[in-house]
Structures are given as structure tokens and as C-alpha cells.
Design a protein around this ligand. Sequence first.
Ligand code: CTP
Length: 403
Amino acid sequence: MQSLLNKKIVLGISGGIAAYKTPELARQLMQEGASVQVVMTEAATQFVTPVTMQALTGNPVYTSQWDSSISNNMAHIELSRAADAIVIAPASADLMAKLSLGLADDLLSTLCLARDCPLLLVPAMNKQMWEHAATQRSVKRLEQDKVTLLGPASGFQACGEVGMGRMLEPSEIAEQVIAFFQKKTLLGKKVLITAGPTFEAIDPVRGITNHSSGKMGFAIARAAVEAGAQVQLIAGPCDLATPLEATGKIARTNVTSAREMHLAVLNDADYDIFFAVAAVADWGIAKPSKEKIKRQGKDAPSIEFIANPDILLDVAKTVKTKGGKPYPYCVGFAAESTDLEAHAAEKRQRKGIPMVVGNIGHETFGSDLNQLLVVDETGSKKIAKAEKLQLARQLITLVAKKI
Ligand code: CTP
């Protein structure tokens, strides 16, 4: 799936050492289906060559407002009119100051002033420059002018210092550009999500878990942030990266056992939607051993189980109504090997929740693809096989309408 299909992006580059990462950003935007038109400041050409950017994007690279190859010599109008967004990475302190004042003394700044499309800036500078009152004034002005800032991050800087001002990584920028274009159906909403498997320890080295990869839950978390929500993600053991972490719109708590997950969920309050995506163990080990259990002769040890709390059921018990709608709106998941529709409908009744989403075919564990069956008060409907992120976006649209 390409999330930027048919999008035309003007990729601006200003003068800063982080420009060495911009070719990789161009490549990632193009992999997502965007067409990329590069415009560079004079200073940027000291860090990365126009030839590199031209070879990568397959488009001519503009560096001067006096380029006679553009009709009527109106590059500043022409380039911005055709664009869905201008993304500038890196955006230097100098460029940000200039744009915040509406100055237009080269092609890139003129393009920004003449644009009628969104402008996204990815700041990159030394931490002292970022913290300077003048730069912070620029940030405020730019935000007032509805310019979107992506980052900066904190960390090691090219100058050897550590602090705020580091440019986001190309993958983080691409992820945020994609998010920018998604419909904001959950703006101002808070979403709680459980994801992944749980692990029930038998002793310090052994335990019982399941095949859940966490991919569906993480895809829903990403789609919810893309839709404008604030997300709390409670993840069982899985090594997936937190989606859209750099936005600050997602907080992640890692847990191991079902009981830890139960505690983490009940610790949270005041959220609009609860997606119970985790494959939670129904039983825990009654008395996990503190020491590794040694083999004793030929006899296998017997393990006593105890029932784990049902997290979704406990959240469902707390549901109130807000504006005539259930609050939080609870969505359960079902992975069945037979009779998915009947089991999903039964779960919905038994847990007293408005929606259950079934995974069609349990071979989807670990896969990037899935196929869903949504069971709600109107009956059931299939969401055709697609990448989990695409399904997650469709699910978010569906649930956003319910609340
Ligand atoms: N769930 C939960 N806490 C548990 C068990 C399940 O929150 N202790 C949630 C899952 O995240 C999922 C839904 O409940 O959203 C699954 O329902 P359930 O019937 O409990 O799942 P299974 O144990 O797979 O069902 P069954 O044993 O009936 O097949």
C-alpha cells in the first residue's frame, strides 16, 4: 500500500548538515507513491548536490528564482500551485526566521510566501540556536500562521553537543507527512489500546505465550494518531517500534503478564475509545517458581493454572453514557478457528460491548495482511483483505462515526 499515492510534494532543502539525510527522505516519500520536486537554497547545495536529488527524484532540481526553464519565469507561483504540500527538511534557523517574517529573497522562501498549500517544516539546528529567543519567536509566529512543525528531536548533534534541535530521522518525517494527509476524524479524542501477546511465567526462564505479533494493535494505534487522537498503547512483549512516537501523541506502557496489562488498563481513565486488540492469556500460572524448575527424573511437573481477569469485561462494566453514546466505546477482537461470525456475535453479547472485530482466518498472526469481520448492532460486515494499516484506518473511520 502506498500512503502518498498521487500526492505532489515540493521538498525544500535549506543549508544545514542534516541535509545529508534528505536524499533518503526523498526516496521514502517516493516509495509511498509521492512525486517529489526538489527546491534547494544556495546554502543547501554546499551539503548535498542538486545532481544527487535530481537523480533520485527523476525531476529537475530548482535552486534559483531566475530559472528561465519554467514558463513565464514564475517558478515561485508555478511550483507551489502544483503541490499538495511543501515539506522543508532541514529547515534552518535562518530560513525559519525568514519565513516567520514573510521575507522572500530566494526561490524557496518566495515559494513559501506564494503558496496556497500546507507548509511543513522539519527544523534542524544546534541546540543553542533552537533555544534562542529569536528562534522561539519564529516558532510561535509560524505556528500562528498555521505552519506545521515536525520535531525537532533531542539527541547527539553534528557539532558534538547533545540537546534539542536534531532533525527527525527520514522514516519519522515520512511517517508524519503521511499522517498529515489523513482525515482528522478523532481530533481531541483519547484512545486506549491493548496490543500483542501476554507472557505467563512458569519460572524465571520459561513461560506460556501465544502467536500474536502485535501488528494489528500497533496499526490501530498509528491510525488513531493519524486521525488526531491522543493514544495510550499498552503492549505485551513484542519488539515493534512505537508508531509516530516523535509526534508526542502516543504513550506506550510495556507489560508482560495479563495481570500487569489489567492493572495498566484500569489505571487509565477518561478515554473515548478502548480497542482490546491484545491476545490476553485466559489463564495464568498459580504459583510461578522463583527458581528455575530442574528436571527431576522422568516425571514431568504439573502446572496449576488460575483464571486471569478479563480486561475488556472489566472496562465494559465501567461504561457510562456521554451525549447519549457509550463512553468509552469498547471494541473487542476475536480470533477463532471456526464459526467466526457466531463466536464474535456471542462475545459481543457476553461482554456487553457495541463492537467485536473478527480476524478472518487465524493464519494472519505475524502477517502484514488481514481480513476483518465487523460485528455491531447493525449486523456484520466484511472488510476486504488488505494491509493491517489500511484496515486499521478503515476501522478508525467506522468507530469515529459511532462516537
Ligand atoms: N480479552 C481481555 N482480557 C482477557 C481475555 C480477552 O481483554 N483476559 C479481550 C481480548 O483483547 C479480545 C477479546 O477479549 O478483545 C477476546 O474475547 P475472549 O472471548 O475473552 O477471547 P478468547 O479467550 O479468545 O475467547 P474464547 O476462549 O471464548 O474463544
